[in-house]
Design a protein. Structure first.
Length: 275
């Protein structure tokens, strides 16, 4: 799955990084990462949450980050998108350190969409306006163009019939689908999901996972922090298991779930299998 999606996305990756000449890549080699972290650390006072994270996601990949609550998964994702500023380490976007002085952080954030646990919709705006406002204010698009794009992405997630609805009129699953459409409307290079189903009632989880599965099948680059183990196993190319602020193990999804190498990973997945 990973090889096929990465191959399909390779031309788009090259187009997105056009400018300076790129060194030749050997035939069949994996594309360079979109985002990579090296030795990423984050502390809140004396409490060290992330203890040196090395991670990369390549064009077309779907990577799920799993682990127990409190292992640092959401903090890691928020650091990647600079919603939290790391205490140490590097975050590279197409090889450039986004933590360097003078780097265009706003532009970087616009290229990495984020879908949150609690939707973060504007309650005073309707569905369409929620998907337009960021395009106009952050991406500088004209309102008519922004509305066209928003309606297209709302249709993609099955929410185009609700363009006039306010968030309070929607179910949790519908709100999350609007949040996904809003992120897609910015046309990011990759999309980050921070436990997108954790705030949903069980019967609403499936509709959101179905949309995410379709996005994955379409070649969208995604990093997903999730407790949905079956989804992570079936949709992801790779899975990273976090434990106590480090990535204890990562690898191909099917292999990690069927035959994990680390004892801590085995213990965590045993609970999933038992359930």
């Amino acid at each position: 799955m990973a090889a096929a999606r990465a191959e399909d996305a390779r031309s788009a990756d090259a187009a997105g990084t056009a400018g300076a000449a790129q060194p030749a890549r050997p035939p069949g080699a994996a594309p360079d990462p979109i985002v990579e972290t090296r030795g990423l650390r984050k502390s809140f006072g004396s409490n060290e949450i992330l203890k040196g994270i090395d991670f990369a996601v390549r064009p077309g990949e779907v990577v799920s980050v799993i682990g127990a609550s409190g292992s640092g998964k959401s903090t890691f994702l928020r650091c990647v998108n600079l919603l939290e500023w790391p205490s140490a380490g590097e975050i590279l976007y197409h090889g450039q350190d986004v933590l360097a002085r003078g780097y265009d952080v706003t532009g970087f954030r616009a290229r990495l969409g984020m879908v949150f646990q609690q939707f973060n919709l504007f309650n005073n705006l309707n569905v369409l306006q929620n998907c337009v406002i960021g395009q106009v204010r952050a991406a500088g698009r004209k309102p008519d163009e922004a509305r066209q794009r928003a309606i297209g992405y709302l249709a993609k997630v099955g929410m185009d019939r609700y363009v006039e609805a306010k968030p309070r009129q929607l179910s949790g699953g519908q709100k999350q689908r609007v949040a996904i459409a809003r992120a897609l409307s910015m046309e990011p290079e990759a999309l980050l999901f921070d436990e997108p189903t954790s705030a949903l009632d069980p019967e609403m989880v499936g509709e959101v996972l179905a949309v995410m599965g379709e996005l994955a099948a379409g070649g969208l680059t995604m990093v997903i922090v999730t407790h949905e183990m079956a989804f992570a196993r079936d949709v992801s190319d790779r899975v990273a298991f976090m434990d106590d602020g480090v990535i204890a193990e990562q690898g191909e999804a099917a292999k990690l779930f069927s035959n994990p190498a680390e004892e801590r990973t085995k213990e965590f997945l045993a609970r999933f299998r038992a359930g």
